[in-house]
Design a protein around this ligand. Structure first.
Ligand code: GRF
Length: 223
């Protein structure tokens, strides 16, 4: 039976696009995006979804006096589609514990850093300011603590000496578009699951080389 995703977005929707492409081309087999829900009516990702004839909905968080009220409405909207997985794809809202606990092992997020480094916002600028050599992205199961759930797949990218946040963000985003479909496919197929707070891989567990993207280190250029 075809599996169903509901995607939550707030903005551009480039991860939505990569997931959609994977659903259409077999990268995420036997799966459809049942709906895209945004908390911002002006999110460009809504147009991406509409162009692909995916149902879209908007629930503006500003219409709700409390975080809990918004999350309850959002949950009701999502559950009408009975999704196998709820996918946060650039959804810029913190979710209540009640919401998160309603989707045990069925709520995933992508965060633009190598978690547990740099949870929260402005990860690229912070990585540059800290002088780290490697930055990246993580797909993880969502738990009540922000940007802290068990990691499914990570991608590492080098930080170049002349990077600014925009250049580094573009490099990380390209990696995000590779790993998010891979992670969703692994979870939807049952290969990867959340058990007792940890990621469990059935069949032979993949090696790090299978669950991380590491560019080949070419060394510093010669003087
Ligand atoms: C991505 O960098 C994602 O990691 C973060 O928000 C951004 C969303 O980008 N959570 P897009 O809307 O998918 O283009």
């Amino acid at each position: 039976m075809t599996k169903k995703l509901v995607l939550l977005i707030s903005g551009r929707g480039s991860n939505l696009q990569s997931i959609l492409r994977a659903c259409q081309t077999g990268g995420i087999p036997d799966t459809e995006i049942a709906a895209v829900i945004s908390n911002r009516v002006e999110a460009p990702g809504l147009i991406v979804a509409q162009a692909a004839s995916i149902p879209t909905e908007v629930t503006d968080h500003r219409a709700f006096p409390s975080r809990a009220g918004f999350d309850t409405a959002l949950q009701q909207q999502i559950d009408r589609y009975a999704p196998d997985l709820v996918v946060l794809a650039g959804f810029m809202r913190q979710l209540t514990d009640t919401f998160v606990e309603h989707y045990p092992g069925r709520l995933v997020n992508i965060h633009p850093s190598l978690l547990p480094a740099f949870p929260g916002l402005h990860t690229h600028a912070r990585a540059i300011a800290q002088g780290v050599c490697w930055h990246g992205a993580s797909v993880h199961f969502v738990i009540p603590e922000l940007d802290a759930g068990p990691v499914i797949i990570q991608a590492a990218v080098p930080v170049h000496k002349d990077d600014d946040p925009a250049r580094l963000a573009a490099r990380v985003l390209a990696a995000e578009h590779e790993i998010y479909p891979q992670a969703l496919s692994a979870v939807l197929s049952g290969w990867c699951s959340l058990e007792e707070g940890r990621v469990r891989w059935s069949k032979p567990a993949p090696s790090c080389a299978d669950t991380a993207i590491n560019p080949v280190f070419t060394g510093p250029s010669s003087p």
